[in-house]
Design a protein around this ligand. Sequence first.
Ligand SMILES: Cc1cc2nc3c(=O)[nH]c(=O)nc-3n(C[C@H](O)[C@H](O)[C@H](O)COP(=O)(O)O)c2cc1C
Length: 205
Amino acid sequence: MQRPSKITAIVGTYCKGGVIDSAVDELLGAAAAAGAQTTKFYLVDEHIEFCTNCRSCTQQAGDEFGRCILDDRMRPILEEIERSDAIILASPMNFGTVTAVMKRFVERLVCCAHWPWGKLAPSARKRNRTKRAVVVASSAAPAILGRLFTSMVGLLKQAARLLGAQRVDVLFIGLAALKERPDVSDKARRKAQRLGRKLAEHRCR
Ligand SMILES: Cc1cc2nc3c(=O)[nH]c(=O)nc-3n(C[C@H](O)[C@H](O)[C@H](O)COP(=O)(O)O)c2cc1C
């Protein structure tokens, strides 16, 4: 019998029970119903420091995450991701990009790159990317405008790849601020469930 797939979601919303949170729950619920083990981290609840740009984590070569000098929750979260077959990165759009907590998390992913002093640009540590990922984003703007006119999805996809994702699907929910308590449309729910089941089918090894 196959072992259950393991899925970790990193959630950058400030609004529990809001659009992003509900969409992630839809994904994770469908994945769990298909037999996956799921874990969800709310970045607002986690102690994560800002990257100080000391670059000590980028000096050593190799595909292991570089060691950060900061003692906070980033390392355990990265270890959980490392043990996962699939990841979800989710954030509402604030001022044209991800939320501040998601940006702080993404900046700390510099440890996923090898960038010794003297080298012009970083290179990703994970050459052999085997995970599957879903990027979940929401905006007040219609989804097509949010996707086309901001770099938000590109940023989250880049983060997913640094974390070892090969295939990255996108669930973008537009018109997410029309009501005081906006809900996720049936169409978006169906897509979230479909993607959740796909994640549950995926195993890295
Ligand atoms: C501070 C702030 C900035 C926002 N900036 C944008 C924006 O630039 N573009 C946009 O389409 N929506 C923007 N929105 C709307 C949010 O994207 C929308 O309310 C959110 O996606 C809903 O998801 P949530 O329930 O998980 O918070 C902004 C909302 C706030 C509170």
